[in-house]
Design a binder for this molecule. Structure first.
Ligand code: NDP
Length: 263
């Protein structure tokens, strides 16, 4: 679909996470990098991708958590994953080049890239928002996904059927009081995804979409809503159909969209 300037426009999707049933070998041999794979939604995504046949690259900053996910994947019969430790607040150019080179050497391509790692920052009014915290949140939630995507573009292009998924949020679509840098970074992610989707639409080798997990039972959600009963929320495992859909071949042709993982 093209707008008045003849360029690709964001595609709307009628994807229904409640009725999607991925086939067992959906991700067979697809190489998928997941950031923040040691806990929360990223951990569930890593386990789900491995369960559907993917070769998963587990990124995170806490090696013990990554090793636990690694062991879980092997114990459940998944393909041997790789571990890529990197603290996104501290990583410098050479660290990113090393990550790219190790993926290139081991796999020669990247079929899926899930930008999941994120930090909440402060829940405070803009008037009092601490500038250092603002910078950190924008860096981890927005600048790092840009840097990683740019660096990995040759490997994504080498796939021929690559899917880039950025993690958004409800407050990345409609700003709300006291969500500060977190909300602004998620607006930025939606924008980054739209720009990149438009740039890659014609070649058709890479699709680029956003996912909004919705309220999910994780440490980040508990930090944002300390009074909430976690058991009232879906677990990360419950929201995986939308992730599998976007990362796998069933979403071919869909680019520039922003999906909700919960109906
Ligand atoms: P968690 O806080 O549970 O997990 C965040 C992940 O990011 C962890 O694996 C964490 O690693 C990693 N991470 C954080 N900082 C860094 C860093 N400096 N370097 C490397 N890795 C880092 O959050 P969720 O699972 O809830 O969130 C996942 C994504 O979903 C985020 O992008 C979040 O914004 C988004 N989201 C979540 C919602 C929810 O209700 N849970 C709702 C809407 C969006 P470690 O475990 O080692 O700290």
């Amino acid at each position: 679909m093209a707008d008045c300037e003849g360029r690709a426009r964001a595609v709307s999707s009628d994807f229904d996470p409640g009725s999607y049933r991925p086939r067992p070998e959906l991700l067979a041999d697809r190489v998928i990098l997941i950031t923040g794979a040691g806990s929360g939604i990223g951990r569930a995504a890593a386990l789900a991708c491995a369960a559907y046949g993917a070769r998963v690259i587990l990124h995170g900053r806490t090696i013990s958590k990554l090793e636990a996910v690694y062991d879980e994947i092997l114990a459940s019969g998944g393909q041997r994953p790789a571990i890529a430790p990197l603290n996104l607040l501290k990583a410098q150019g050479p660290d990113y080049f090393q990550l790219r080179d190790s993926i290139a050497d081991e796999y020669g391509r990247l079929d899926g890239l899930l930008h999941n790692a994120g930090i909440l920052g402060d829940r405070t009014p803009i008037e009092q928002y601490e500038i250092g915290t603002w910078t950190e949140v924008m860096h981890v939630n927005l600048t790092v996904p840009f840097v990683l995507t740019q660096l990995l573009m040759p490997l994504l292009n080498a796939s021929g059927d690559a899917s880039v998924v950025f993690t958004s949020s409800g407050v990345g679509r409609r700003g709300r009081a006291y969500w500060g840098a977190y909300a602004v970074s998620k607006f930025g992610i939606e924008g980054l995804a739209q720009v990149l989707a438009d740039e890659t639409a014609t070649a058709g080798r890479i699709r680029v979409n956003c996912i909004n997990p919705g309220a999910t039972r994780t440490a980040m959600r508990a930090a944002a809503y300390p009074a909430e009963d976690p058991n009232s929320l879906p677990a990360p495992e419950d929201i995986m159909p939308a992730y599998l859909y976007l990362l796998g071949p069933d979403s071919r042709g869909l680019t520039g969209a922003s999906l909700d993982a919960q109906a």
